[in-house]
Write a protein that binds this ligand. Structure first.
Ligand code: ZN
Length: 495
């Protein structure tokens, strides 16, 4: 049986003991040997800076697709293998189409076409946990940005019109060819001399253009400019206001009177954004975006914009759209009983891992102590020139590898209790999805839709969509019955 091995350490883990690639390889090779797998290729992913992607992972996918005789992928744990929804999607496809079996050695579990539903479900849950981990990371990154921001350093994003950035020093300075036009905009609006659309038209006559697109300043861009605290010397970041280190071009009082002018207008203008499910759904007939409009002053209807071709349009009430989204929650919802069952199964798996660990713990600790003692003795021998430099290097490298392997086999990645708590939380969420939906307003419903679904198509009055990964695994695991939403069939990796 031909198999390949995939190993990975993140940049963070490289600084810590017990996460080495050699240790993972050793574990997986031993597993292969014990179970009569022939290892044809080993992938070693050592992640460096963020955003560098996962080269080895992608090469591995290409390799599996090119070589259908490879039926097994050995990996230490789920979190080595999948870091995001897209990975899960791709792996899922390989399981189903190439008949691949993924063996997660430390978790004592395998995933194949024939996996039982609870195993697939578990895979979905673990992927959700991996996602959580990614969220935590991005939280860390944000923290760093926040620190920058509180020092008055604009943490990135596009530089507001009227300013420029020095590419070398990263210093933001006033664009004197445009800044006076920005000041005039503020004055016109504060003095109620012009509306947003008038200011937009006026800026066209002044040849004021957006730096990136080179297009004229639209009405909504004018609004964004007039509401941006950057111009009086502060900036907004992650929902907070920070004092900037750049030079202001208007006074705070001018800014404030503009904000007051906005308040006094106070007419609810309904643009596309104010519809909960605007810019989300595509027409099955012509591929246009589905838009919404209000009828009889309060009923919202969704329909094709009909920009590309004329065809018969359906007008679907928003309440109907909401209901169709709600239908999709049922296949990914579970009841108390199955939640308990799943939790038991998960605990069982964790206990196997944990007991294996503690069984070996004593033996490993002794061996580690011995290696430590030998290394110290050996170092003295080297100093006293009882052994040669190269001999010393060889032997310490060997013992170093063994130490890393042993430490890895002992490393508990997050205590089992913490992991179980996380799973409990996810299971709780999956139990309350429909009631959560019912109690939320449209804005929150849209957030839930964004989290759970993708590929929205309106076919007549029928709304089609797919689950985002790994909720489709959850759906597969909980129900086999058909429903209106389609299975995801996109995101095939490049061959
Ligand atoms: Zn259409």
């Amino acid at each position: 049986m031909q198999s390949i091995i995939y190993t990975r350490v993140s940049s963070k883990e490289q600084e810590r003991d017990g996460f080495s690639i050699p240790a993972q390889i050793k574990l997986l090779k031993k597993y292969a040997e014990d179970n009569n797998f022939q290892v044809v290729k080993i992938y070693e992913e050592s992640e460096s800076a963020k955003g560098s992607g996962r080269k080895q992972f992608n090469e591995m996918l290409d390799y599996i697709i090119a070589k259908p005789e490879i039926k097994y992928l050995l990996c230490e744990k789920t979190d080595r293998l999948s870091r995001n929804f897209k990975d899960i999607a791709t792996l899922d496809q390989l399981i189903n189409e190439n008949d691949l079996t993924i063996i997660l050695v430390k978790e004592n579990s395998e995933l194949s076409k024939h996996s039982r539903s609870h195993e697939k479900f578990m895979f979905g849950i673990k992927a959700l946990m991996a996602k959580n981990y990614v969220d935590n990371l991005s939280e860390e990154v944000k923290k760093g940005m926040n620190e920058k921001a509180s020092q008055g350093i604009f943490p990135g994003g596009s530089i507001p019109l009227g300013y420029l950035i020095d590419k070398n020093t990263k210093k933001i300075y006033v664009d004197s060819s445009r800044s006076h036009l920005i000041v005039e905009m503020f004055q016109m609006y504060a003095e109620k001399k012009a509306s947003l659309s008038l200011i937009s038209a006026w800026s066209k006559t002044k040849s004021l253009k957006m730096p990136r697109s080179g297009r004229s300043v639209s009405k909504s861009q004018v609004e964004r400019i007039l509401k941006n605290p950057f111009y009086y010397g502060e900036f907004r970041w992650a929902g907070k206001i920070f004092k900037g280190s750049h030079e202001p071009i208007i006074s705070k009082s001018l800014f404030d009177s503009v904000q007051n002018a906005f308040k006094s207008h106070n007419k609810p203008h309904l643009n596309r954004k104010s519809f909960a499910f605007g810019s989300l759904i595509v027409c099955s007939e012509c591929g246009c975006k589905i838009t919404a409009q209000i009828k009889k002053g309060k009923y919202v209807y969704y329909h094709c914009t009909g920009m590309r071709e004329r065809h018969k349009k359906s007008y679907v009430p928003e309440t109907n759209i909401v209901q169709q989204f709600r239908n999709g929650l049922l296949p990914i919802s579970i009841n108390q009983k199955s939640a308990d069952k799943i939790l038991d199964k998960f605990k069982e798996q964790e206990e196997i891992i944990y007991s294996n660990q503690s069984k070996d713990k004593h033996r490993i600790e002794q061996r580690l102590a011995q290696l430590q003692k030998w290394s110290e003795q050996c170092y003295i021998d080297k100093l006293e020139e009882k052994i040669t430099e190269s001999h010393w290097q060889n032997i310490t490298a060997k013992w170093g590898d063994e130490t890393a392997t042993l430490q890895n086999s002992m490393a508990v990645n997050g205590s089992p209790i913490h992991k179980i708590k996380t799973v409990e939380k996810i299971l709780e969420l999956l139990q309350v999805l429909p009631s959560l939906w019912d109690t939320r307003n449209l804005t929150d419903k849209r957030k839930m839709v964004d989290l759970l679904y993708s590929n929205f198509v309106l076919d007549g009055a029928t709304l089609c969509y797919t689950y985002k990964k790994p909720f489709n695994n959850v759906a597969e695991g909980t129900q086999s019955k058909k429903w209106r939403g389609r299975r995801d069939s996109n995101s095939r990796p490049p061959a």
